[in-house]
Design a protein around this ligand. Structure first.
Ligand SMILES: [Zn+2]
Length: 166
């Protein structure tokens, strides 16, 4: 086994200086490339996001009502995916269509509506939002009705009185 021998102080100093010079050269190259990026940015400005910090995660407890999806699918099929208010049908790729189902008397607090077909209406996304926010009144007589899907007037009255607040 070879025994370790310390070299002279000047030897170590020389090594350190070499490393420092190398490192400094690297830094200089880096900063010059940064300048190039800055130049490019002037030509093609990149929008810097205002919020660069990663938002904190928050644990949220969600309680949600499990809806009878089979029932809402039935409502969609019975109405041929057509909005019962405006008659609009959204056609997707292939033969697929899109529509939404709204619970006229909403499920859950404070309305406690029922998940039954008589409380469901097939609507386009626009009318769904309008109904959710009580922006429109439902006129029973003007609804596009299909055989097999009876909407209860009781729930429509509830919407007009308690959600639309006429
Ligand atoms: Zn509609």
């Amino acid at each position: 086994m070879e025994s370790f021998k310390w070299k002279s102080a000047s030897y170590y100093l020389g090594k350190i200086t070499k490393i420092n010079t190398k490192h400094r050269k690297k830094l200089t190259n880096k900063s010059s490339s940064n300048i190039n990026i800055q130049k490019e940015r002037k030509e093609f400005p990149i929008q810097t996001p205002i919020d660069l910090e990663v938002p904190d995660r928050e644990n949220i407890k969600i309680s949600r009502i499990i809806r009878d999806t089979q029932l809402s699918w039935k409502v969609k099929e019975l109405n041929d995916f057509k909005c019962q208010i405006c008659g609009y049908v959204i056609y997707l790729q292939g033969k697929n269509k899109y529509c939404e189902v709204h619970h006229i008397k909403p499920l859950g607090q404070p309305h406690n509506g029922y998940d039954v077909i008589e409380n469901m209406i097939c609507v386009c996304p626009n009318h769904h939002a309008m109904l959710d926010y009580g922006a429109i009144k439902i006129i029973f007589e003007k609804l596009i009705m299909k055989r097999g899907h009876k909407i209860s007037k009781e729930f429509i009255d509830y919407h007009n009185k308690d959600i639309f607040k006429a």
